[in-house]
Design a protein around this ligand. Structure first.
Ligand code: MG
Length: 164
């Protein structure tokens, strides 16, 4: 029972809008598409949702607080590097990352061919095993901003354990 009390859950959510002339980076994978996502960093909506889930579990604020989009240091930043820093912060706070699951909501492009590469990238950045990272993708049946292909959203959930 004592061990269960060390568990913390975290939830993260992010949205980025499509824009012309941008790369589409999801979970560190450059996905071929006609447009990419707009953002100060590489706009990796999945990596951002996962990072916010981790921060949620340790009550560590959010990535907007850690990496302000007004800071030129994070312009076009590789979000996997940001995720790596967040995972290190989580460990420094005395927590272990146990398990992460996530969902990308995008009408297009088709993401299933890239899912395993995304899992590997996210796992490497967080320093956990691939089997502890889930990535799923869904369309929204043409409903909402994702369905109208105005943008992509991602949500993530994680389980962390307090080690000290
Ligand atoms: Mg973001």
């Amino acid at each position: 029972m004592e061990d269960f009390r060390r568990l913390r859950i975290g939830q993260g959510m992010d949205v980025h809008a499509f824009a012309e002339g941008r790369r589409l980076v999801l979970g560190g994978v450059d996905v071929p598409h006609t447009r990419g996502l707009l953002g100060h960093s590489d706009a990796d909506v999945l990596a951002h949702a996962v990072a916010d889930a981790l921060l949620g579990a340790v009550r560590g604020g959010d990535i907007g607080k850690l990496f302000p989009d007004t800071d030129p240091a994070f312009k076009d930043a590789d979000s996997l590097v940001l995720l790596e820093k967040v995972a290190q912060f989580v460990r420094d706070e005395g927590y272990e990352i146990l398990d992460v699951d996530s969902v990308i909501a995008a009408q297009a492009p088709k993401l299933s061919p890239y899912r395993d590469q995304m899992r590997e990238n996210l796992a490497r950045a967080m320093g956990v095993a691939v089997e502890n990272v889930g990535v799923k993708a869904t369309t929204t049946e043409h409903l909402g901003f994702e369905g109208r292909e105005e943008g992509i959203s991602a949500t993530a959930t994680c389980l962390c354990a307090r080690c000290r």
